[in-house]
Design a protein around this ligand. Structure first.
Ligand code: PEP
Ligand code: MN
Length: 337
């Protein structure tokens, strides 16, 4: 961290600020210019509140040399992290493909889709049991019954399960029923939930918030890592922009940014990004081409009658076709499915 002081500050005031900063465990190296004084902070600055420092009357500006996320930072962990789920690596040469319906609707539906996506080559089954819906009148998910049906689908197909948690009260139930706990976009900055999840040793799929910067997203990952849960997988799912044609705007450049800034694996969810089923195949291919570690795709056997997100769900036959095309792209970029 670098602190630029206002011109003409008194030595006594610089000394006070220096003592205050050093009491927080860093070493302060001052540089006295003809007009400005600059303080260079060396050591662990993670506990220093930069906005408070910036509020100090003698401070002109505070600049970060290193990002505020430490454990998620590639600088301190150059090797990419692979999260291992039931013997499958997420973040290695093999791409992770998570597929399934937006919501678990019935035993027949989840079993059918699970078998279809497994046959097509998906590595994981998704299905929402607790749904974060904009309208309180919309289908809210089958809740615990949904988790039971997902467990059943796992027994039948062997596919590890990914499902979204909404409340910290359900962590124990999720730890038993699912293999990867999803934190949805709307809860990316639910810090109490993140802190509780940091205490589990379950892999967490952390979706990017609706309007979160890449740095805010990585700071949320930092909450999980700081509490000791190192099994974190990121997922870009589109962000809010002025564009209304699509549900969100898929920010593919965030994959490049995350790869540069962090060692954590990152997936792309083209379904929630586009909100249109016919865009899903092309966006999936683009995501693999750009270096995403995998995909999360909504697949429904009867999208016209889906209880949630049918408009962005592809059918099992479309998914099968897409998987074939993805194999060729994966191979071209040195990955496999
Ligand atoms: C979902 O995956 O079903 C979901 C609600 O996604 P998001 O949190 O990205 O909106
Ligand atoms: Mn959905």
């Amino acid at each position: 961290m670098i602190i630029i002081l206002k011109p003409g500050v008194e030595a006594r005031e610089v000394r006070n600020l220096t003592e205050n900063l050093e009491s927080q465990g860093v070493t302060v190296n001052p540089v006295y210019g003809t007009e400005l004084t600059i303080l260079g902070l060396v050591g662990d600055t993670s506990k220093i509140d930069s906005s408070r420092v910036e509020g100090n009357r003698i401070v002109e500006r505070v600049m970060y040399v290193a990002e505020p996320f430490k454990k998620a930072n590639r600088m301190f962990h150059p090797e990419p992290t692979a999260v291992v789920v039931q013997g499958r690596k997420i973040g290695g040469a093999e791409l992770a493909v998570i597929a399934g319906p937006c919501s678990v609707e019935s035993e027949e539906q989840i079993t059918l889709v699970a078998e279809e996506v497994k046959q097509a080559g998906a590595g994981f089954l998704r299905g929402g049991a607790f749904k974060p819906r904009t309208s309180p009148y919309a289908f809210q998910g089958l809740a615990y019954e949904g988790l039971r049906l997902l467990k059943h689908a796992r027994e039948r197909t062997g596919l590890p399960i990914v499902s979204e948690i909404m409340s910290a009260h359900d962590i124990e139930v999720f730890a038993d029923a699912v293999d990867i706990i999803q934190v949805g976009a709307r809860n990316m900055q639910n810090f109490d939930l993140l802190k509780e999840l940091s205490q589990t040793r379950k892999p967490i799929l952390l979706k990017r918030g609706l309007a979160a910067t890449v740095e805010e997203w990585l700071m949320s990952a930092e909450y999980l890592l700081a509490g000791g849960n190192m099994q974190v997988i990121l997922c870009e799912r589109g962000i809010r922009t002025f564009e209304t044609y699509t549900r969100n705007t898929l920010d593919l450049s965030s994959i490049l940014a995350v790869k540069k800034m962090s060692h954590l694996p990152v997936l792309v969810d083209p379904s929630h990004a586009a909100g249109k089923w016919w865009m899903v195949p092309a966006l999936s291919k683009a995501a693999v081409a750009i270096g995403a570690d995998g995909l999360m795709i909504e697949v429904h056997n009867d999208p016209d009658h889906a209880l949630c997100d049918g408009q962005q769900s592809i059918k099992p036959e479309g998914f099968r076709e897409l998987m074939k095309e993805l194999r060729a792209i994966a191979q071209a970029v040195g990955r496999q499915i």
